[in-house]
Ligand binder design. Structure first.
Ligand code: AHR
Length: 613
């Protein structure tokens, strides 16, 4: 491999190139990144009718002691359902009767940590309740607090708040709301959040740390198919996901088949991007779902809704929606500069018409916003204007994925730029739940994107997250349960590409052609500890070890003593990480022996090797 490492050589890689795509799929938000522990907190999972669906709430006590029913008498306009508890027992059991909620397959409660519990309550008499975390299996109490109120205080709806401090740990616990007093109590909007969340913004810290490590340049959100809905009725509606959490109606995520309380809504998506130092990229519903569409001649209200979403993100605090943002604690505008009009809707009956209506209105009101079309312009020009086009790629053959590194080689450079907003190797044979082979095939693809980054300006792996208890899509970059998290090999590939944003791509060429090898060389910014800044990546999709000689032309660096070699590989191509062995396939760094202008490195079979000089 010959690399032109002279100071004057190379061309810039856009500083937007590698980012992340967050979709509410696999409980990425509800039961994932959003640290809320209670599931179906407003008893609304059955929709706005009664009897509603109170799953996964459970009754605590016997039928003779307590009766549960849902009613439509909430103090909140958009989520009317409440839970009525008729406490029938005079001599109730000492542990009390009431309800419990196991959250998302068990709440993780950790000794010494504090949890803020908020709920809304009404009662026919004085209130005397115990709020506690207990182990789901044996009821062992982990934390407990007494909540009392006079009858007059709770004759109308009242917000109650208490802080629980855990005196023991369990990753499979439930929140209990119980009483030993006969009477009638209504509950609504019950929330339990760890006090310690990322920047206090409600995000799970361990998962945020993993995202931050990727240094994502942008955050595409909130979908994906989640934005479209299986039906428009159940599509994501940003207005229902902003404002006070207790007033949000939540909705049924009918594409991925679960209820979401919309705790991680539009505001939180914008906040998430800001907290990661990433540019937000907002995907709008364009009046098209998987099964129904709004005709273009009726699309105006949707366009208006879209304009208002942008006003919410960046309008002045004197504007209607800017004022709501300020009210939620963010008077400064969010840095929203990218808007995608729909997801995977190109070719549908009303896409072009609807797209043009959104495009024209947004361009006129916000000329600086880059607008993204769903139609692929990699092989033929679009029949509509766009700044960027969206490109999704999910092959199930590793060699196909690897060789897709050339997919943009011939695309004319005079059209819109490309955004590879979803890529991954998929399939039960080679990708499974996230294999080394899949990751290396993606590394080859990404090297091709670096090479074509005069045209491809953004790329993100998909999906980002999966709660291992409810896998809707495999593989994913980050796997978690209530307590643990690990990166799949694909996560580690994106990690190893994190310094490419804004770097300089150097010319590099293999002397002998091999369709099993791909390589790139960059000079990157902000290297720590006065290290030199040359980074060479070599992906080998072949099953043979390669003795590679790298020649650096024009390379001048006096201090190479800190040079390293980082290798992502494993004995078997289909090796994966797991909760039992989360570090089976992770990058291993070691000093580079004999660094200099000529380097000999052994490149393992099925590997990504990164050389830092
Ligand atoms: O990433 C999973 C899904 O794949 C996305 O929701 C959708 O855009 C694509 O079909």
């Amino acid at each position: 491999l010959v690399v032109d490492a002279s100071v004057a050589s190379g061309r810039p890689i856009p500083d937007t190139l590698f980012g992340v795509f967050f979709e509410e799929i696999n409980h990425a938000g509800a039961g994932g990144l959003w640290a809320e522990l209670v599931r179906n907190r407003g008893f609304e999972a059955g929709g706005t009718r009664v009897p509603s669906n109170i799953e996964p709430w459970k009754m605590v006590g016997k039928d003779s002691e307590i009766l549960l029913r849902t009613e439509l008498n909430s103090c909140f306009e958009r989520n009317k359902v409440t839970l009525k508890m008729d406490v029938l027992c005079h001599d109730c059991p000492a542990n009390g009767v009431g309800v419990s909620n196991p959250g998302y397959w068990g709440m993780n409660v950790e000794k010494g940590k504090k949890y803020k519990v908020v709920f809304f309550v009404r009662s026919k008499g004085p209130l005397d309740m115990v709020v506690s975390f207990r182990k789901t299996k044996d009821g062992g109490v982990l934390a407990s607090s007494n909540v009392k109120a006079l009858a007059a205080e709770v004759s109308k709806w009242k917000r109650m708040q208490t802080t629980l401090t855990a005196n023991a740990s369990s990753s499979n616990s439930s929140l209990y709301l119980t009483t030993t007093q006969k009477g009638v109590i209504w509950l609504d909007q019950v929330s339990a959040m760890p006090v310690d969340t990322f920047k206090g913004h409600g995000f799970r810290t361990d998962l945020m740390n993993m995202l931050q490590a990727l240094k994502p340049a942008f955050l595409r959100f909130p979908g994906g198919c989640f934005v479209e809905g299986e039906t428009l009725k159940n599509a994501f509606r940003w207005k229902d996901s902003v404002g006070a959490w207790e007033q949000r109606p939540g909705h049924f995520n009918d594409v991925w088949n679960y209820w979401t309380d919309d705790g991680l809504g539009y505001f939180e998506g914008l906040q998430l991007a800001e907290d990661l130092g990433a540019r937000p990229l907002w995907v709008l519903n364009n009046g098209i779902s998987h099964t129904d569409e709004i005709d273009t001649n009726l699309i105006k209200p949707f366009v208006q809704d879209a304009l208002e979403s942008i006003e919410f993100a960046r309008g002045p605090t004197t504007s209607k929606w800017g004022a709501l943002r300020a009210n939620m604690g963010h008077p400064r505008p969010f840095n929203l500069k990218y808007v995608a009009i729909g997801n995977e809707d190109c070719g549908k009956k009303n896409y072009r018409g609807n797209y043009l209506a959104f495009y024209t209105a947004i361009r006129e009101a916000y000329p600086d916003i880059q607008l993204i079309s769903n139609c692929d312009a990699s092989t033929k020009p679009l029949d509509h204007p766009a700044d960027i086009y969206d490109y999704h790629i999910y092959p199930n053959d590793a060699h196909v994925m690897f060789n897709n590194s050339r997919v943009f080689d011939k695309t004319p450079r005079n059209g819109p730029k490309a955004f590879v907003s979803e890529y991954a190797l998929v399939g039960d044979k080679q990708a499974k739940l996230g294999t080394l082979l899949g990751a290396v095939s993606e590394a080859g693809f990404l090297i091709g994107l670096e090479r074509n980054s005069d045209h491809v300006i953004m790329a993100s792996y998909a999906p980002l997250f999966v709660n291992a208890n409810d896998r809707k899509w495999n593989p994913d970059a980050i796997v978690f349960n209530s307590k643990q998290a690990y990166g799949t090999p694909s996560y580690w590939v994106t990690y190893l590409f994190r310094e490419s944003n804004g770097a300089t791509l150097l010319k590099s060429q293999f002397q002998t052609h091999s369709h099993l090898l791909a390589a790139s060389a960059i000079r990157w910014k902000n290297a720590p500890n006065k290290r030199s800044k040359l980074k060479i990546k070599v992906a080998n999709i072949g099953d043979k070890e390669i003795n590679l000689k790298i020649s650096l032309k024009g390379f001048t660096s006096s201090n190479l003593s800190k040079s390293t070699k980082t290798v992502l590989t494993s004995p078997n191509a289909l090796d994966q990480n797991s909760f039992a062995n989360p570090k089976k396939v992770i990058p291993q760094r070691s000093p580079l022996p004999n660094p200099g202008k000529e380097i000999n490195v052994l490149i393992p079979p099925i590997s990504l090797t990164v050389i830092d000089l």
